[in-house]
Design a protein around this ligand. Structure first.
Ligand SMILES: [Zn+2]
Length: 432
């Protein structure tokens, strides 16, 4: 057979992907802040093709229909602050008896739990040794189940800062450890470039001290303003945004002035900080659930008293400041610091956000449209609309009446594939 004949034998165009129709009696649209009754979501491949009223839609006789009954359907949720590669088991054992290989071996389990909890997208802000890049690669290739991911690699930290290993003998070293410690304008620029070289979608900077480390303060600034500015400028040159971990009022203001896209934790933000965030359009990502878990469990996990004492200083004040920021109208995105508590519990923060001043719809918007905007993925995720990824979830009950129904997600679709279904009896995606 001639080459021409061989090509002629190939089908001219591949068959169009089969359409899938999802029937939703209640479709929550975070963009408009409304719930639409009796809708049909038409899905083609991994994207939404159309959303239409059931009464106005003609389904083909052989249509593949997924009927989600009376469940509430909403866009897949987004957690903007995760550490999906790890989970604490024991402070000293995690440090001294495990290696990055342990982390790499188990991280896919955490990614899967996160996805099955209805979080179809995450922004992972801080992982050592580029384990997050490897995990993201495996998810993108469809080898393991997990959410879409933006990953930062190691968080930039000053020497002796929140991202360094402190409180040890100066002779303790971890051979080959790839971390984010860098000091001075030139070195932080280089560290940003290095992270991007190996796969960073976003840059994480530790602007202040933190809770889960052994340095002294909770919130003191740990970079100079010129270092923070260099990090933001360098990241921007490569088309990346910066997420700044910041607890203390001063460090929060410095990070906002340096031009970060989001301030994480924001625990001790003051009036001036709130005003600056409003002026600069900076997102605030308050992780206001994990305090409960840390105070209940971290003594048992062998964490030094010093660290638990620091958490006591943060907990309630952070929640009060969350309420102030909501009242002031700051831009807020949902982020939980998962990995500080068990993965898959990401939905537990909704309750606290509503308790501390948001309406359920605002909390859902923080975890969908706002989060997508922060990630720069506002045309891809966070809505069920034509052209968006077919990432959707369903829950029994009404999340606008009781937001805790989002802690138990019964249906999860990501990119048109069903990963969990307790409602419509669909086969779920298998990994073999
Ligand atoms: Zn964190």
């Amino acid at each position: 057979m001639s080459a021409a004949a061989a090509f002629a034998a190939e089908p001219a165009t591949p068959a169009a992907p089969r359409l899938v129709y999802v029937k939703a009696a209640r479709l929550l649209d975070p963009k408009s802040g409304t719930v639409l009754p009796d809708q049909v979501i038409t899905i083609e491949g991994d994207h939404v093709k159309a959303v239409s009223a059931l009464a106005a839609t003609t389904l083909p006789a052989d249509a593949h229909v997924i009927d989600l009954g009376n469940a509430t359907v909403l866009p897949g949720l987004i957690d903007c602050h995760t550490h999906v590669t790890s989970q604490p088991e024991n402070f000293y054992e995690d440090l001294f008896r495990k290696s990055p290989i342990d982390e790499a071996t188990t991280s896919h389990l955490y990614a899967r739990r996160t996805l099955l909890a209805g979080f179809t997208t995450i922004r992972n802000v801080g992982a050592g040794n580029y384990v997050d890049f490897a995990l993201r690669r495996a998810i993108e290739k469809g080898e393991v189940a997990g959410p879409r991911m933006q990953a930062s690699g190691p968080a930039l930290s000053a020497t002796g800062g929140h991202g360094d290993l402190n409180g040890m003998s100066p002779y303790v070293r971890f051979e080959g450890d790839i971390n984010g410690v860098a000091d001075g304008v030139d070195a932080v620029r280089k560290k940003v470039r290095e992270n991007i070289k190996y796969g960073a979608d976003v840059i994480k900077m530790l602007a202040t001290a933190g809770v889960l480390s052994e340095e002294e303060s909770v919130g003191a600034p740990q970079y100079q303003l010129d270092e923070m500015k260099a990090i933001v400028e360098e990241a921007a040159l490569w088309g990346r945004k910066v997420a700044a971990h910041a607890h203390g009022a001063e460090g929060i203001k410095m990070a906002i002035k340096a031009g970060v896209a989001s301030v994480e934790h924001s625990s001790f933000i003051d009036d001036e900080g709130i005003k600056l965030a409003l002026e600069h359009g900076t997102y605030l990502v308050f992780d206001i659930y994990n305090d409960d878990y840390i105070l209940a469990e971290y003594s048992r996990l062998g964490y030094p008293d010093k660290i638990i004492e620091k958490e006591r200083k943060v907990g309630r004040t952070q929640r009060e400041n969350f309420a102030r920021a909501v009242k002031a109208g700051c831009k807020m995105a949902y982020g939980t610091d998962s990995g500080v508590y068990p993965h898959g519990w990401n939905g537990k923060q909704f309750f606290h956000m509503v308790k501390w001043g948001m309406t359920p719809m605002q909390a859902i918007q923080a975890a969908t449209v706002n989060a997508a905007d922060l990630l720069g993925w506002q045309t891809k995720v966070g809505q069920i609309a034509p052209g968006f990824y077919a990432d959707l979830i369903a829950v029994k009950g009404d999340p606008l009446a009781d937001v805790t129904v989002l802690e138990k997600v019964d249906f999860v679709m990501k990119g048109g594939e069903v990963y969990r279904d307790r409602l419509a009896g669909q086969p779920v995606k298998q990994f073999e």
